[in-house]
Design a protein around this ligand. Structure first.
Ligand code: BGC
Length: 739
């Protein structure tokens, strides 16, 4: 069906290339005409039924076009780390095509850890090209929900705990995707910070916190990134479901930010006929109509924005004003994507995409601790013992809607053998985590079944460690339930499956030990001081293993920085009561209420305010070289610092700018965070090279959100610019005045 429509549209567009000779051709088919003119031209040509058909799904991932006018269907795909395998028309399971194995890019927390805007563009550009090649118009991603609790199962699909970092990284991602004529659909809007009871929890957040912490990344994606689509989230905000939340969608997104794109429901996230019509939802997707809990299949006509909508219009209960607005937005999306004047063809699983995936993965790997053990000499003849399930578990498969099918995935095992050709590489499993290898009918092809007991596994690993020259433990989390996955939250912040005890036992006997934690969210490491080096790796996608060995060998000098704080213990964090998480059920309500009592004190803002030691600070990450900071300067609102590579090898430093507001600020009595990230720059330096890094501070960087007057307020005064290698490693500071 889709191909036919595209052919009709293409034929019509082709005919129009001799438009001057044929002035009767409709404006909406003229790619040289302004999009708004095209919309105004086609809207009156549509029947009521055709319009309603456009605002809801016709299959799991598509909505209807208007074949008689050559208006194509809209096809969506997950997102955000690669292009989801084709699924059946009305089923989540993959359909078993043989030409849809994509490039898996690193998870978004890995991208965020690169702190590299160019790589974010490259990521978006590459994944967008894969979407275009596969005939998709909307990529369901990226995600920018803030890491409020380390337990959120979907932290790996998001860009960390800081709104500025997430905002800076999402903009180039969106632009990159959309440079292919594919809409980025930024998700999940908004205050959707947990998976537990995700469809039955109402987030209660004060306005200051909402505007300062939870909205800025979305705002940046819309205003600076120019996102063409936004996905409403499953949860409620202030007692109203977010897919048709009046304040979030009508007042803020479309009102204050002037969003002219399409609001798409999360799959099954619309809950109410009238609200879906009135409150800013433009397209309803999902399998069922009641939050994914069940219904006869193929029930698309029962959607809130399907027959119930038609009936309301026909019997006069609602007018067509909202419908025309929704359809105009969908047409705008179509004219920006499949009917855009620019021809995009995309590309799929190209060598360039694999290379991009490897680069991004490596640039986001964080060296947390190192006593000089790393990097390892690629020519080593040592006995290298690899321990851990993640040494060979393929981690692209699983985790919910971001599950991908790939042609291959380089495991750490394969990459280590390749990177150290002279070494004697052996493996011990050490523990059993998740031996399964199948998700939505996508198979890893691995048999990870195990017959040894937990004790025997640990015993074997310790015995082998005694004989090794160096142990590289590669463990952490995976994509199964209660780990890094959609649909459930983690139960604890530590490593599961007895890994902490195992690491300690191995550390006692191993001459040298490197631990690689693979996760997409914060994992505490109480054993840290017992091992020589620690590496935070992520779900690196197709090229994960190569990216890891690039860092272990020093081929890539690590430059990743943590996009979130890792506390020593969960209890150290800002979430301390049941009302904060996982929420409480009040009598008479059919959902749980969750109160963001911690306010703006999320992540490092909390650990700073409470003066709590942390294991790995936000922004932390080491290098194989050393960087020296000196001579900060301020000139008006411009602040700068000199950074020198004082070590023996080339490397990159992420220079971080935090700003401290004047104490006892004149106008306000509000408590502000001790410092907030307002700038960063990743600089590549040869040994001995020095660069001056300059930041232009804007009034908005200094502002707090005054909820009472509903304005951003930048107070005059003397502010301090702090330059750091992490939020807890501030090297230089300089004062500057605002007004
Ligand atoms: C997820 C979305 C996803 C959608 C379609 C939902 O369950 O929350 O992130 O894009 O499914 O697969």
């Amino acid at each position: 069906m889709k191909n036919n429509i595209l052919i009709i549209a293409a034929a019509a567009a082709l005919t129009f290339s001799c438009a001057e000779k044929n002035p009767d051709l409709p404006v909406y088919l003229d790619p040289s005409k302004d999009i708004e003119e095209r919309i105004a031209d086609v809207l009156p040509r549509l029947t009521l039924e055709e319009k309603v058909a456009m605002v809801h799904a016709q299959s799991k991932f598509s909505s209807a076009g208007v074949p008689r006018l050559g208006i194509p269907e809209v096809w969506c795909t997950d997102g955000p780390h690669g292009i989801r395998p084709e699924v059946f028309w009305d089923d989540w399971d993959q359909a078993g095509w043989t030409n849809d194995s994509c490039t898996a890019f690193p998870c978004l927390s890995n991208l965020a850890a690169s702190w590299d805007r160019e790589l974010a563009f490259l990521y978006g550009e590459s994944v967008g090209a894969e979407a275009r090649y596969r005939g998709k118009d909307v990529l369901l991603g990226p995600g920018v929900n803030i890491t409020r609790t380390p337990l959120n199962g979907r932290n790996f699909e998001y860009m960390g705990e800081d709104p500025f970092l997430a905002g800076q990284m999402v903009v180039p991602y969106v632009r990159g995707v959309q440079s292919n004529g594919v809409a980025a659909c930024v998700k999940h809007f908004a205050v959707n910070n947990q998976e537990l009871r995700r469809t039955a929890t109402s987030s209660n957040v004060d306005d200051r916190t909402l505007y300062e912490i939870y909205l800025p990344a979305f705002e940046a994606a819309v205003k600076d990134g120019g996102a063409w689509a936004i996905m409403g989230s499953y949860n409620l905000y202030d007692g109203q479901y977010n897919c048709h939340n009046e304040k979030l969608l009508v007042d803020i997104l479309k009102g204050e930010w002037g969003f002219d794109g399409v609001v798409i429901s999360d799959w099954g996230g619309a809950r109410d006929d009238d609200e879906a019509i009135r409150n800013g939802l433009d397209m309803e997707f999902g399998t069922w109509t009641n939050g994914l809990t069940g219904a006869p299949s193929d029930s698309y006509n029962n959607y809130h924005l399907a027959n119930p909508y038609l009936e309301r219009i026909r019997d006069g209960r609602v007018g067509t004003e909202e419908l025309d607005d929704k359809v105009s937005r969908i047409l705008r999306l179509i004219f920006r994507t499949s009917m855009s004047p620019e021809q995009h063809f995309g590309s799929f699983t190209s060598p360039e995409h694999y290379e991009a995936a490897r680069r991004i993965a490596a640039e986001g790997i964080v060296l947390l601790q190192n006593d000089g053990t790393l990097p390892l000499d690629p020519a080593t003849k040592a006995n290298i013992l690899l321990v851990g399930e993640n040494v060979l578990k393929k981690l692209v498969v699983g985790g919910g809607s971001s599950n991908l099918k790939t042609k291959y995935e380089v495991t750490p095992m394969e990459a280590v053998i390749e990177a150290f050709p002279e070494a004697n590489v052996t493996w011990e499993r050490g523990y059993v985590g998740d031996p399964t290898g199948s998700y939505n009918l996508v198979e890893t092809g691995q048999d990870l079944s195990e017959s040894r007991s937990a004790e025997k596994l640990a015993e074997d690993a310790v015995a082998a460690a005694r004989e090794a020259d160096i142990v590289i433990f590669i463990g952490g989390l995976n994509k199964s339930a209660h780990q890094d996955t959609e649909g459930s939250d983690r139960l604890d912040i530590g490593m599961p499956y007895g890994q902490p005890e195992l690491i300690e036992a191995i550390a006692e006997v191993a001459p040298r030990m490197v631990v690689v934690n693979i996760s997409g969210s914060p994992v505490s490491m109480p054993w840290a001081d017992k091992v020589n080096a620690i590496v935070q790796a992520w779900y690196g996608g197709t090229e994960a293993g190569h990216a890891l060995t690039d860092v272990l060998t020093g081929k890539v000098n690590p430059s990743g920085k943590m996009p979130f704080t890792v506390p020593f213990a969960l209890e150290d964090g800002p979430i301390r009561t049941e009302r904060q998480y996982p929420g409480i059920k009040e009598e008479g309500k059919d959902y749980w209420d969750e109160y963001y009592d911690e306010g703006v004190f999320v992540g490092y803002r909390w650990y700073d305010a409470s003066d709590t030691p942390v294991q790995w600070a936000f922004g932390h990450g080491l290098s194989y070289t050393e960087f020296e900071y000196s001579k900060p300067k301020a000139s008006g609102m411009k602040v700068s610092v000199k950074v020198r590579n004082a070590g023996p090898v080339a490397g990159a430093e992420v220079v971080q700018l935090y700003i401290t507001a004047p104490e006892g600020a004149a106008v306000s009595e509000i408590v502000r965070p001790a410092k907030e990230l307002k700038g960063f720059e990743k600089v590549y330096l040869e040994p001995g090279e020095t660069r001056t890094v300059t930041f232009k501070v804007t009034p908005r960087d200094l502002a707090w959100f005054d909820a009472e007057d509903h304005v951003w307020v930048a107070e005059p005064g003397t502010y301090t610019a702090l330059f750091g290698s992490s939020s807890r490693d501030i090297r230089e500071e300089v004062d500057f005045r605002y007004r």
